[in-house]
Design a protein around this ligand. Structure first.
Ligand SMILES: *[C@@H]1O[C@H](CO)[C@@H](O)[C@H](O)[C@H]1NC(C)=O
Ligand SMILES: *[C@@H]1O[C@H](CO)[C@@H](O)[C@H](O)[C@H]1NC(C)=O
Ligand SMILES: *[C@@H]1O[C@H](CO)[C@@H](O)[C@H](O)[C@H]1NC(C)=O
Ligand SMILES: *[C@@H]1O[C@H](CO)[C@@H](O)[C@H](O)[C@H]1NC(C)=O
Ligand SMILES: *[C@@H]1O[C@H](CO)[C@@H](O)[C@H](O)[C@H]1NC(C)=O
Length: 825
């Protein structure tokens, strides 16, 4: 009987959701808003959609079976339709036109060829095509692949056609709510030897450079990846980049995000998210032309820009104050005869090729000869690095935008006068060899970053020589596809000797133990000169594996805020993994608020100060820190208090960073602490900044009430702390929630406002919870507060428990729902 009551509701929902789908568009069967065109294999779907928070309607193509909606192409990106009146029509000449209610054509496909019997279809590649029966199947009169938006799909060409003049490039959306062309553009330029550029507001932002047979020289690829194969085609007719998938049933795309990060994503069925497999993580040297002419940018050295050997700064004063834009000039003029020589530089990103010429068949020696013959030739290199190198690329004019790459890169030969070469050939040989040896050790430290373990291993090796002096080293995280879950720039963390820590903690004695957590124990340590430390020692069998350890080190090293605990350094030696933090003499918040005596030390003013501090720390994590960090395990025992009772958020072992504009993610491994986890995280593994907001709400209510959410019992009504707080608030008795230990000195309206904020944070639906910057404004009375609804996990005795079968109607699982109905029909 139950099923009968449930089914009709589902059917109604289904009719709202699904719509008719067509397999082609013809004159008599246009595509209306609400209908979709589906590719024959059901991979892609085209129809009308509204992006993000916008209500505007756009005609777009998306993956049929991927949720959330992932749009790969938009027709009327600059001309939205404000209502549901849009119709895509085709005329007898095979021109598609998107028309709105006023018969205005907001978008149309342009093609000069007139079709006799046009057919409009959406292919399983995501390509919308117009073909004509009079041509072969593969000949398209028009195709959406020729007009990319922000997405490059497998089989799409990025580049130009010299015959038709077409130049296909990627351009970001303006924002997640507006698919109109934004400020970031990824494009091939055809001057000289073609190169790939990223433009921001029409200015070169980053030059990925020329193709060397395997990759664009500024985007070194370390190893064969299992997902895609890329190629670059350059002949008399066209120049373009294209990739295909190794496994065609995998979904992958390249997208230029509104914030200007070009990334390659692959859909993970298992995790239900788009995983980033590589992204253009710009470092300082990727600022186009930062070092001016004839210099090499090396972000792993303390002075970023270096003049090439035989060159000096054009303006020494500017150069000395780190204004490198003037670049470098030759110390001695070229002889301009066959006496000139070339100095070899290894592993570089080749300079801008807009003033270069190439020859695909010349050998390197022929290349050298041809460069020597022309006095304005400044450098040469192989065109293609495959099979030991082939082809010839020669530069005329100044060499700009060269970079020393941490891995990969190419060899280039730069012209210098004979007088510039070292006088004693032997001496040079020796110097070179010595330099090479040093280069290998030092180089490896800064270069080989693919596995953080290697980094730590090498640092240990190098420590003796390097760190003893300074006690500190810089670890640089390079652009690296293996480590792209963190957006890294140079980070400074101290590496401690295990022996120093053993001594400081009395060999991890029990007396020094401050606490124990899931990941191991925390010890107090005192260095020789009296500095106190908190040492987190990860137990061998701790849940915090190496992954989380890396995560925490890298994350915290980047995060600096007065409401976050400060990481001083780390130590990996033998089996030990240690994190060294500043010491917090007042330990954690839970040891105050849940303690009968110590709770009296926290009056309302102090508690309000703590609540505010935590909120500000979270605003920083969520939006101000450039990395978008979700803590995932906020609880009172992770809030530490310094001498002045300032709160500091700690324990980032579970924290995740989200990429750029990504705002939520999913995990199969739900880790956190019950009582603080939001319902969507507990049930579906969905976490977002709003799951942290939930935990914050719980902490806030715990601070006010002095009671633990977990373990709270209200025998009369079976309520948890959240339900209890809501009940009181609803009945106008919110002040009763307050901890008895607080006494009488407080501002009642401030407390009530605070409770209301807490309740808003623990709402069932993430979208009903405010974000942390709103929370800060609300706490300080700068933003009006909406009325909270029933909080999550609210069960009242008198209300019968929800019918579990009604979960089938849960709109969050539309796929399962539609599936069961299709089977039923
Ligand atoms: C739009 O065009 C159609 C056919 O051309 C016509 O029947 C209809 O009246 C027009 N509507 C408006 C609002 O102009
Ligand atoms: C291709 O990918 C699909 C889906 O991920 C997988 O099931 C299949 O085994 C893969 N095929 C090969 C040959 O790897
Ligand atoms: C620039 O710096 C170098 C090395 O530090 C120093 O020798 C030189 O005198 C400085 N020149 C000027 C003009 O400041
Ligand atoms: C490339 O170099 C070879 C050998 O020097 C020459 O025969 C050929 O004409 C050159 N090709 C072009 C396009 O200049
Ligand atoms: C050297 O190369 C430049 C630039 O390509 C060219 O304009 C010039 O004619 C060449 N000079 C000689 C002597 O070949």
């Amino acid at each position: 009987m139950k099923n009968f009551t449930v089914l009709p509701i589902c059917v109604v929902l289904l009719f709202i959701r699904t719509s008719t789908s067509l397999d082609s568009i013809t004159q008599s069967a246009p595509l209306r808003d609400g209908e979709t065109l589906v590719s024959s294999g059901g991979v892609f779907e085209m129809g009308f959609f509204s992006p993000g928070k916008s209500n505007n309607r756009y005609l777009g193509i998306w993956y049929m079976h991927i949720s959330p909606l992932t749009v790969v192409w938009v027709a009327n990106r600059e001309a939205p339709i404000s209502d549901g009146s849009g119709i895509l029509v085709t005329n007898d000449q095979g021109i598609l036109a998107l028309v709105d209610s006023t018969n205005r054509t907001v978008w149309s496909s342009s093609s000069s060829i007139i079709a006799e019997k046009p057919i409009v279809r959406l292919l399983d590649t995501g390509n919308l095509i117009i073909s004509d029966q009079k041509y072969s199947k593969d000949h398209f009169i028009w195709q959406s692949f020729d007009y990319p938006c922000d997405t490059l799909l497998p089989g799409m060409k990025l580049g130009f056609n010299l015959v038709t003049g077409l130049n296909r490039f990627l351009s970001s959306w303006r924002s997640p709510d507006d698919p109109g062309q934004g400020e970031n553009v990824l494009k091939l330029e055809r001057r000289g030897y073609p190169q790939s550029f990223q433009f921001r507001r029409n200015v070169i932002h980053f030059r990925a450079g020329s193709w060397n047979g395997l990759y664009f020289t500024g985007y070194p690829v370390q190893k064969q990846n299992p997902v895609y194969k890329a190629k670059f085609v350059f002949n008399d007719k066209e120049a373009y980049y294209e990739y295909e998938l190794v496994n065609s049933s995998v979904y992958s795309r390249i997208v230029m995000s509104p914030s200007g990060i070009g990334k390659r994503l692959v859909w993970s069925n298992q995790r239900g998210i788009w995983e980033i497999i590589s992204a253009n993580l710009a470092d300082q040297c990727d600022n186009y032309g930062l070092c001016g002419a004839y210099s090499l940018c090396d972000f792993s050295s303390s002075r970023v820009c270096h003049c090439l050997k035989g060159f000096v700064p054009r303006n020494v004063e500017q150069w000395n104050i780190s204004d490198w834009s003037g670049g470098c000039v030759r110390k001695a003029l070229l002889d301009c005869n066959s006496l000139d020589s070339f100095r070899k530089y290894r592993g570089v990103k080749l300079p801008d090729t807009s003033s270069s010429r190439f020859n695909k068949t010349m050998s390197l020696e022929e290349c050298r000869q041809s460069c020597l013959r022309n006095c304005s030739c400044t450098a040469y290199a192989n065109l293609d690095i495959r099979d030991g190198g082939s082809g010839c690329l020669v530069w005329f004019k100044d060499l700009i935008d060269m970079k020393q790459l941490p891995q990969g890169g190419q060899d280039i030969f730069i012209r210098v006068p004979a007088s510039e070469l070292d006088f004693f050939e032997e001496k040079r040989y020796w110097n070179n060899n010595k330099r090479k040896l040093i280069g290998i050790t030092v180089g490896s430290i800064t270069i080989n970053m693919s596995v953080i373990l290697i980094v730590f291993g090498l640092i240990r090796c190098a420590r003796k020589s390097k760190l003893k002096r300074s006690g500190k080293t810089k670890i640089y995280y390079s652009r690296n596809p293996c480590y792209n879950d963190l957006r890294m720039e140079d980070t400074e963390i101290q590496i401690f000797d295990l022996s120093v820590i053993v001594k400081a903690t009395n060999n991890f004695s029990n007396i020094n133990k401050l606490g124990e957590g899931g990941f191991g124990s925390v010890y107090k340590g005192t260095l020789g000169h009296g500095q106190e430390l908190a040492v987190k020692r990860l137990s061998e069998y701790s849940i915090q594996g190496l992954e989380e350890f890396k995560n925490e080190v890298l994350l915290i090293a980047k995060l600096q805020h007065r409401n976050l605990v400060k990481l001083l350094g780390c130590c990996i030696e033998r089996e030990e993994k240690l994190l060294i933090y500043e010491y917090m003499p007042n330990k954690s918040l839970d040891q105050f608020i849940f303690d009968e005596i110590r709770s009296k030390l926290l009056d309302w003013t102090k508690r309000f100060h703590i609540i505010n501090g935590i909120a500000r720390g979270l605003v920083y994590l969520h939006q101000d820190s450039r990395l978008r960090v979700i803590h995932r395990d906020l609880k009172t025992s992770n809030i530490l208090l310094d001498t002045n009772l300032n709160p500091k958020i700690s324990d980032f072992g579970l924290a995740r960073t989200l990429w750029g504009d990504q705002i939520e993610a999913k995990t199969n491994r739900i880790a956190g602490t019950y009582g603080y986890m939001s319902p969507e995280y507990v049930m579906h593994g969905d976490f977002s900044i709003k799951s942290d907001v939930f935990s914050f709400g719980v902490i806030l209510l715990e601070i006010i009430s002095g009671k633990k959410n977990r373990g709270f019992s209200d025998l009369e009504n079976y309520l948890n702390l959240l339900g209890y707080a809501w009940r009181l608030w609803r009945e106008g008795m919110a002040l009763e929630l307050m901890d008895q230990a607080l006494g009488e000195r407080f501002n009642p309206s401030e407390v009530i406002q605070c409770i209301q904020v807490g309740l808003l944070c623990v709402q069932q639906r993430p979208e009903d919870r405010p974000d942390m910057s709103s929370v800060v404004l609300m706490l300080n009375g700068e933003k009006s507060l909406p009325d909270p609804h029933v909080p999550a996990y609210y069960i009242e005795r008198k209300i019968p428990e929800a019918d579990p079968s009604s979960e089938k109607c849960n709109p969050s699982s539309p796929n399962e729902m539609s599936l069961s109905i299709f089977e039923a029909r």
